[in-house]
Ligand binder design. Structure first.
Ligand SMILES: [Zn+2]
Length: 284
């Protein structure tokens, strides 16, 4: 298996979910072993690699920071890149936050597919899990353990008639991300959104880029894309956050009521447990 990058650059315009600021973003081909690097074109092309070491905070979205320069809400784009099998990419943007698009990864996937993905000379490096590592915080639990493929078992539980308890087992293999996960949208509750707005967050949020749930229904007039769109979006977020490990994963993640901060905690615990993983070259 060879590493890949984009066949050509992709321009994307959109709005940041939390900042509400318009942003121009360009995804560009990158050399072998680059991984994903964010480039702030508004700040002298300052680079922030997509890496666990730069996770700054992750209450409502995953935010990276390097030397005080911030890059927010990176998870849906990283999920699309990992999900399309792109290993190396520069992500140039002229603002602080990745555009939210329709709240899923679908637009990114379509644009990447249209631009094309090309093979490079170097073999793919894989993050192979050798021992189980887990993280718990109250009733939130997450673990990663050895497996043949990249698999995710996810459980969510929200006291809402559209959600309740949803479970899904996802196996990452050719095209499954695009079919099963990519179009699942982010969601929020009306009471939560009022709170976020008071904190100057979710300023770009609308019914065009999120499922907005009321006490017993939803504000959106268009239907859900899947009956279990909510757990599918949670898997989308997990794939995006775990892309910060910098390479494809061989291992099984089990997540129960997880969120961005639990994902970050498990990743840093995993990286510290050096006996629990190794980086292997896929020369098949
Ligand atoms: Zn999300």
């Amino acid at each position: 298996m060879k590493q890949t990058t984009l066949a050509k650059a992709i321009n994307i315009m959109g709005v940041g979910l939390h900042t509400g600021v318009d942003v121009n973003m360009t995804l560009k081909p990158a050399p072998e072993n680059t991984g994903y690097i964010f480039v702030r074109t508004d700040l002298d092309n300052f680079e922030i690699p997509a890496s666990v070491e730069y996770i700054s905070h992750c209450s409502y979205a995953t935010t990276l920071m390097r030397r005080g320069v911030v890059l927010s809400t990176c998870e849906h784009l990283l999920s699309a890149l990992r999900g399309s099998g792109v290993d190396n990419c520069f992500i140039e943007l002229d603002s602080i936050e990745i555009p939210i698009m329709d709240g899923s990864s679908e637009d990114f996937i379509e644009l990447i597919t249209k631009a094309g993905v090309v093979k490079q000379d170097a073999d793919v490096r894989v993050f192979k899990v050798l021992e189980r590592v887990e993280f718990e915080q109250g009733d939130r639990k997450m673990s990663i353990e050895p497996a043949e493929n990249y698999e995710i078992d996810c459980i969510i539980d929200f006291p809402h008639p559209f959600i309740e308890r949803q479970t899904l087992h996802f196996v990452f293999k050719n095209g499954s991300f695009g079919r099963e996960i990519a179009s699942a949208r982010t969601f929020g509750f009306t009471h939560e959104i009022e709170m976020l707005r008071k904190a100057n967050l979710a300023l770009g949020g609308s019914l065009d880029n999120a499922i907005v749930l009321t006490a017993d229904g939803m504000l959106n007039e268009t239907p859900l894309r899947f009956d279990d769109e909510f757990v599918r979006h949670k898997i989308l977020d997990i794939i995006g956050d775990f892309a910060l490990l910098g390479m494809p994963i061989q291992g099984k993640i089990t997540a129960e009521k997880s969120g961005h901060s639990v994902h970050a905690s498990l990743m840093s615990k995993l990286l510290k447990a050096e006996h629990a993983w190794e980086i292997v070259t896929d020369d098949t």
